[in-house]
Design a protein around this ligand. Sequence first.
Ligand code: ADP
Ligand code: MG
Length: 223
Amino acid sequence: MVEVSVTKKYGERTVLDVDKLRFERGKVYAVMGSNGSGKSTFAGILAGVLKGDGEIIYDGKKPETGYMPQKSFAFDMSLTANMLLGQPLRGRKAIRDKARRLLADFGLGEMSKKNAKKLSGGETQKLALARLMMEEHELLILDEPTAAMDVNAVEKAEKFLKDYFVRSRPAIVIVTHSPAQARRLADEVIFLDEGRVEEKGSVAEAFGNPRSDKLKKFLSVNG
Ligand SMILES: Nc1ncnc2c1ncn2[C@@H]1O[C@H](COP(=O)(O)OP(=O)(O)O)[C@@H](O)[C@H]1O
Ligand SMILES: [Mg+2]
């Protein structure tokens, strides 16, 4: 569906250099790597909010894309208003019902009138995920979407992501530090090191029999 060949430099330093990375609908891709390995840069470029050198090629038209940045944000208004931002004014009832349902799913129903700026980091991530799920996307890019959530919230968020995946069959690209989360959600792993693809393959291959010493080390430390 989409093939990415890009480099990104800050000053003289190349922080991303990937060639012909392909993403298909109906698959979940875990992007992993140490701090500073270029994961967020990659996610931002794929989402179109960062500019790199190179090309992103689509088979056919550009996919409907949803993006949750690593620093997920909320607007200075109620949770409900956040959910309804950008939604059409027509069909208001159905849309409001959907927003209410999603907030309830994520355990935010009780605070739907609260100002979203007052949410904790984990709650803000829940709201950002819930908001993404207001729409069907063909490509969903999630940059450490559950990093600030507690274990119960992570479990729920993963369940809703799985349900969403089954319904819409998007390509999901999820940046995560957790091999356990990658095992639970992903088909493929892309392990970045200093902006390059150090290892790529199915979760079973990459975790069961890693070729790269750096990935072996990463797995031994991160469980
Ligand atoms: N705006 C910027 N200016 C300069 N360097 C940056 C900028 N954004 C990111 N970097 C650097 O690029 C590298 C990759 O960053 P990032 O993609 O955020 O890594 P990751 O998400 O894997 O932790 C890091 O070394 C980071 O310091
Ligand atoms: Mg990052």
